[in-house]
Design a protein. Structure first.
Length: 425
């Protein structure tokens, strides 16, 4: 796009590829590795000192923080993402449920207000039925979320969720929601410019560990299903005047019914799947919209071609799922038609233990799902990462597994296929 880039970084990331390849690196030294990326005033100062007129928050740390977006606006610096008001609304899961329900998006049965009284909460829980979920109104990533299978466990689970929510997010508000067991996790990519919105199709993300995805793919739905649900997410985005990239996440139950989970108001780790099957550059589109331009494409112009599957190459033991930080002595990535690799790592890189264990994303595109599976398996076989454990053996076992091949996949896939995590034993 002809735009110079400055990457802020802490001590642990000084030799990562983004810092080495950027036009400029800006060091924010902190004793706590996370503080380099969470100090709002330090980032604002870095932007002003380097003359940056916009800040892209990526998909972690401050990417969903309305205070950060507001602070940048006060300094006349563009936040490449939604408005602070949209971030506040969507960061409150109770308010987001209401807004999406009002826009015609189906939501699971649950409470429309935070629950405080244990007695009243149990009465509501009995009306919804067990099992159910208690969820924090703020935050995400599985924190402050508890499945309750029996009313005898409800009171202690409620107190635990409130305590975790207060500790993690400074907000002890929780709500009750119907638990949808053995569900498919399906999400829609949406882009809005504050006035108009379009959807760019769905991704299937049901293979997860600790509520985090490790394999994503798309497309997944029929044209009729995509059109029906896609029109609703567009209406939801337009109803709140959304600007930027967003992902609307849903669960589909065994009867084929969809229920809204949440909106992630940022670019997703798995946006690459959508880029591979549409040919669109979503990050560039987000930057264009932040610069005040309208959405550069109409709904009728969006086309989906072939199939793409992404494997998240986490530095983890493939059987215990424990993190595996350390020096990468040799690093070789696969290539060839239809293969894409996104990574910050290289030979000699020290994978820190301070952050998320994501080391790379390997994405395969082909004309059919079956071909994409074979191509991804071949790409994983070609990958060389010496010095750290990775999930590649687990990914390859999944790609060969019969239920995966035949699309019999729900969010309990790993727990219902325990041999995948035991090396086949």
């Amino acid at each position: 796009m002809g735009v110079s880039s400055v990457v802020i970084h802490g001590r642990e990331d000084r030799l990562s590829l983004p810092v080495r390849l950027a036009d400029e690196g800006y060091f924010i030294p902190r004793d706590d590795p996370l503080a380099s990326y969470l100090d709002i005033e330090a980032i604002v100062s870095a932007a002003k000192e380097t003359g940056a007129d916009a800040v892209h928050p990526g998909y972690g740390f401050l990417s969903e923080n309305p205070s950060f977006a507001q602070r940048l606006a006060e300094e006349g610096i563009t936040f490449i993402g939604p408005s602070p008001d949209s971030l506040r609304l969507l960061g409150d899961k109770i308010a987001a449920r209401k807004a999406m329900s009002n826009a015609g998006i189906p939501v699971a049965r649950g409470t429309d207000e935070p629950i405080t009284s244990p007695g009243e909460a149990l009465e509501i829980a009995n009306s919804i039925g067990f099992p159910l979920m208690i969820k924090a109104a703020s935050g995400g990533g599985g924190i402050g979320m508890q499945v309750v299978h029996d009313k005898d466990d409800f009171d202690s689970a409620l107190r635990m969720c409130q305590s975790r929510a207060l500790s993690a997010f400074g907000d002890d508000r929780v709500f009750i929601e119907e638990f949808i067991d053995r569900a498919e996790h399906i999400e829609f990519q949406v882009v809005g410019d504050g006035k108009r919105a379009v959807h760019i199709g769905e991704r299937f993300c049901s293979i997860q560990r600790r509520h985090q995805k490790i394999i994503e793919e798309g497309p997944w739905l029929s044209e009729e299903e995509r059109e029906a649900l896609g029109s609703r997410v567009v209406a939801g985005a337009e109803a709140i005047g959304y600007s930027g990239l967003a992902t609307f996440e849903f669960l589909r139950n065994a009867n084929g019914e969809f229920y809204f989970m949440e909106v992630n108001p940022r670019v997703q780790v798995e946006h690459t799947v959508t880029e591979m099957i549409t040919g669109l550059d979503l990050v560039s589109i987000g930057i264009q919209i932040a610069a005040g331009e309208p959405i550069p494409i109409s709904q009728s112009e969006i086309r989906w071609s072939g199939h793409a599957i992404q494997a998240r190459i986490n530095a983890e033991n493939p059987m215990t799922l424990e993190p595996s930080p350390g020096k990468i002595w040799e690093c070789h990535w696969p290539g060839g038609p239809g293969i894409r690799v996104d990574s910050h790592a290289h030979s000699g890189y020290d994978m820190p233990g301070s952050f998320d264990s994501l080391l790379a994303k390997i994405i395969a595109w082909a004309g059919t799902r079956e071909e994409a599976i074979e191509k991804l398996d071949s790409a994983l076989d070609e990958t060389i990462l010496l010095g750290v454990d990775t999930l590649i053996p687990l990914h390859r076992a999944i790609l060969e597994e019969q239920d995966f091949r035949e699309r019999r996949i729900t969010t309990d896939y790993l727990t219902s296929h325990p041999t995948l995590l035991s090396g086949g034993n």
